[in-house]
Design a protein around this ligand. Sequence first.
Ligand code: SF4
Length: 242
Amino acid sequence: MKHSPDTPFILLALLTLSLVVVLGLVAAASVWGVVWNIISIVVLVIVIILGLGLLSLFLALKGKLNIPWLQGFAHWAVNALFPFALTLGKLFGISEDAVRRSYVAANNQVAVAREIQVQPDEILVMLPQCIQWSDCKVKITNDVSNCRRCGRCVVGELVELRDKHGVHMFVATGGTLARRVVKDIRPKAIVGVACERDLVSGMRDVSGIHVIALPNERPYGPCFNTTTDVDQIEDCILTLLQ
Ligand code: SF4
């Protein structure tokens, strides 16, 4: 039988190429293994750090952790996981507002447990614009003192509270203005009133400042003629002054 002289070399070339391909796959698998190991280690470290953060939060909620930097650590972990908590809440049928209210309550509990004491002029009471009666023509967003205290909304009583305790008070039309006011006044503590969504985003914005937050009351629905409990605001101020 006659064979073409180059036939064995074709086979050899194919076998060699096969070996190269196998080696390439093995090399790729081992490189991916290294990459995967690095990713796993990084993820594990992040999970451990977040776990410690949540443990700090648990201890803070139990009143057994009064170390500011660990509370800050807990705050960081909560903020990092909060978007996941919102998504998981939806899966379990828990509304976003309920999760946000829980966030606010947890933050308040930790904030009160810290027992910080500040001077009156280091406190800023931040109010939403929708707390003003909708038909009121007085402009209170630049200066809440412009309120004529007519009694149609709660702003008049809040201004009296401001004068009584000597704290700052501001009515913010939005997050940008609120941030600017915080930057200008540089308070050590904020008592914030707003809807849950604005409270959470505001609290995440001003991490580092002591915040006590109160969800507003919405007897006419969202963003319209909202109100708040003045006694509760005064309790918050007194907590900070004690
Ligand atoms: S209490 Fe002040 S803000 Fe409210 S309606 Fe009267 S004047 Fe306007």
